[in-house]
Design a protein around this ligand. Structure first.
Ligand SMILES: *Cc1c(COP(=O)(O)O)cnc(C)c1O
Length: 412
């Protein structure tokens, strides 16, 4: 078998498992929330993480335009060479202030922030305890850190299972890391941050929270799930957030003490060895933060859309037979999963929705555990109530078409 055939056979296996991934090309953005996919009809996007619609906010676009005019497109170098503009610097200060920490450090992506912080902070002896459903970038970061240190120190605890975490903490040396998503990216539930923080205090572990889906959406002034849980830097010494989701831009940050940030500047390789994000993006992020902190209507619109969706969907589940085979997760966030289980069914329902003008995520293993393929519907402040109603009607129709009727129990 030559190399080309070897690749073809791997791809064939992926297709046979219904795990084959394909991209949809957005040909044109018509108006807020409407996009032309693959040059066909306009669809309403229900799979973006742009939860507040800030990626197309006029003030955000204007801020990017102004910085683009001043600095050009690329930053030209890494932060430690000559890529650190006043926009990057002011953005870091705004992030520190918003999260109530002494400092914040800007990184080019959330993936790199996780790899950087976990590899820089994990020593040779400490354990890294990680929720089983944490984001892939955290899992990869932990594996890299463990491989580098040559010890078996990376342990995954059962999802949000405090008893399991405590068992593991009892055997963990001081300054071990406990890492959790603030809001789980495929389930939409919030981690029990207060209880995990209390365990970390008890066992002298360091709590790291990845708040990619909480920052901007949750908490007073959108400061995220740690603040919404009433926790401070003492409880969560390492706070990570991203800027490509609710902030509507691109990039990520880590917030914490002076010593934490200086340690990362010295030792976090994905910080040191990569080009700083474009100054125009930093300027746009900065403008978005101001809107998030000062506009109550953005988060209110998102929360109202979440309430519309969850009440309507719960009513369907109670009253329609073909909804009995789907599982809803108790999510109060913008991430609303509908578990169908089978990959093929999930793909086919997602395609029916696309044909009806609604673009939703179809999420399969290995992104989620086997047997839990799902639609991942994400809500945004920019959706209208009628768009959400129409999505649910289309979903109802697609389920009637796709789901086999439940087996009857007449003989009982
Ligand atoms: C999206 C995401 C990341 C990665 O962030 P990027 O900026 O897209 O690289 C990290 N963690 C979680 C939980 C995420 O959902």
């Amino acid at each position: 078998m030559n190399f080309e055939q070897h690749l073809q056979s791997r791809l064939a296996q992926q297709k046979a498992a219904n795990w084959y991934r394909q991209r949809n090309t957005i040909a044109h953005q018509t108006s807020l929330g409407q996009q032309l996919v693959d040059h066909t009809m306009p669809v309403v996007n229900f799979c973006s993480n742009d939860y507040l619609g800030l990626s197309v906010h006029p003030k955000v676009k204007a801020a990017a335009g102004q910085a683009l005019h001043e600095f050009g497109v690329g930053s030209g170098a890494s932060h430690l060479v000559s890529g650190h503009s006043h926009y990057h610097h002011t953005l870091e200060q705004a992030l520190a202030q918003m999260t109530g920490r002494a400092r914040a450090l800007l990184l080019s992506t959330g993936y790199m922030a996780n790899v950087g912080l976990i590899t820089a902070l994990a020593g040779k002896t400490q354990h890294i305890l990680c929720d089983k459903l944490n984001h892939a970038s955290i899992i990869d970061a932990c594996q890299l850190a463990a491989a580098k240190n040559g010890v078996k120190q990376f342990i995954r605890y059962r999802h949000c299972d405090l008893a399991h975490l405590e068992q593991l903490l009892q055997k963990a040396p001081p300054h071990s890391l406990v890492v959790s998503d603030g809001v789980f990216s495929m389930d939409g539930n919030c981690a029990p941050l207060g209880s995990i923080a209390a365990l970390c205090q008890k066992y002298h572990a360091v709590f790291v929270v990845d708040d990619a889906h909480g920052f901007g959406c949750l908490g007073d002034q959108g400061a995220g799930s740690v603040q919404a849980a009433g926790l401070s830097e003492r409880d969560v010494p390492v706070y990570m957030g991203t800027l490509g989701k609710a902030v509507g831009g691109f990039g990520a940050f880590i917030a914490g003490s002076e010593a934490l940030i200086e340690t990362l500047i010295q030792f976090a390789r994905p910080y040191i060895y990569t080009t700083a994000l474009p100054p125009a993006v930093a300027a746009a992020n900065l403008q978005s933060l101001q809107l998030i902190a000062h506009s109550k209507t953005l988060r209110a619109a998102l929360n109202s859309n979440i309430a519309i969706f969850t009440t309507r969907i719960a009513a369907h589940c109670q009253h329609s037979a073909h909804w009995q085979q789907v599982t809803l997760l108790p999510s109060q966030t913008a991430i609303q999963p509908i578990i169908l289980g089978c990959e093929k069914t999930t793909m086919s329902v997602a395609q029916s929705l696309m044909d009806a003008g609604f673009w939703v995520g179809a999420i399969r293993p290995p992104t989620v555990p086997k047997g839990t393929a799902r639609l991942r519907i994400t809500l945004s402040a920019s959706h209208s109530a009628s768009q959400i109603e129409a999505l649910i009607a289309a979903l109802d129709h697609a389920l009637v078409q796709t789901m086999t009727p439940p087996a009857s129990h007449n003989d009982e």
